[in-house]
Design a protein around this ligand. Structure first.
Ligand SMILES: Nc1ncnc2c1ncn2[C@@H]1O[C@H](COP(=O)(O)OP(=O)(O)OP(=O)(O)O)[C@@H](O)[C@H]1O
Length: 233
């Protein structure tokens, strides 16, 4: 296995708040890593660090320079233009000619089930449709690594399943996934490895089967065990 991202002894500070403490994370090609933990535990901050959006106060971030990376945010950013243009612009910014970008955009929208709304203003789409639009945009960029921050938060069960199916398609295509989630069912369905954060520290990092093993988890981390029991109670 070769690492696509290596984070070592990472600290992040926002003024007086220390959002990450000495985080070590090695991400190998093809892994599907779920970041879990309570609100404010540092999941979004860690994803932003991995995407190079937040500077480290201490430690180091090494990324495979050849690996293409994309991030899907919790509330995707959409521009006030058609869904097709929203996707095409991302390609155009990476150097694809406009006509080709539009064609690829329409293909990607069809792939996420948005063909009928491709010409509609993206701002007028529902939350679930906007999330799928963000995934279509990411799909077009053909990332080797895809980071997702609670991609199904605030979606209804149907939309949630569709987004999960798309994430599984990325994984099947060989994309390395790192996603934050509050949904432990989703974590079991999609992740190969689980990282538990509490107050900015990684307190457990284990393969998914081990993490959800009732005997093994308390041995790995009492805090993670209490969190999982609380979430499934
Ligand atoms: N831009 C910022 N400025 C100041 N503090 C911040 C900033 N971003 C995050 N924080 C703080 O850093 C800590 C970690 O926040 P973060 O958003 O990473 O947590 P999270 O686990 O993603 O939470 P949630 O599950 O609610 O999305 C929190 O105490 C938060 O208030």
């Amino acid at each position: 296995m070769s690492a696509v991202i290596r984070l070592q002894s990472a600290d992040v500070r926002f003024g007086p708040v220390q959002a990450l403490h000495a985080v070590d994370l090695r991400i190998d090609v093809g892994e599907r890593i779920a970041l879990i933990g309570a609100n404010g535990s540092g999941k979004s901050t860690l994803l932003r660090v991995l995407h190079g959006l937040v500077p480290l106060a201490r430690g180091s971030l090494l990324r495979d320079g050849a690996a293409r990376q994309a991030m899907v945010f919790q509330r995707p950013f959409v521009m006030r233009t058609s869904a097709a243009n929203n996707v095409a612009l991302a390609l155009w910014l990476r150097g694809t000619r406009w006509r080709a970008a539009r064609e690829q955009a329409l293909g990607a929208l069809a792939r996420v089930g948005l063909a009928e709304v491709a010409l509609r203003n993206a701002r007028a789409l529902s939350g679930g449709q906007q999330q799928r639009l963000a995934l279509a945009r990411a799909w077009c960029l053909q990332p080797d690594v895809l980071l997702l921050d609670e991609p199904t938060a605030s979606l209804d069960p149907h939309a949630k399943r569709e987004v999960e199916a798309l994430m599984a398609q990325f994984a099947d295509a060989g994309t390395t996934l790192v996603f934050a989630s509050h949904n432990l069912g989703q974590v079991k369905r999609l992740a190969s490895r689980v990282v538990y954060l509490e107050q900015g520290r990684v307190l457990a990092d284990a393969p998914v089967a081990e993490f959800f093993d009732r005997v093994r988890l308390p041995e790995l981390s009492r805090e993670a065990d209490l969190f999982v029991k609380g979430e499934t109670a």
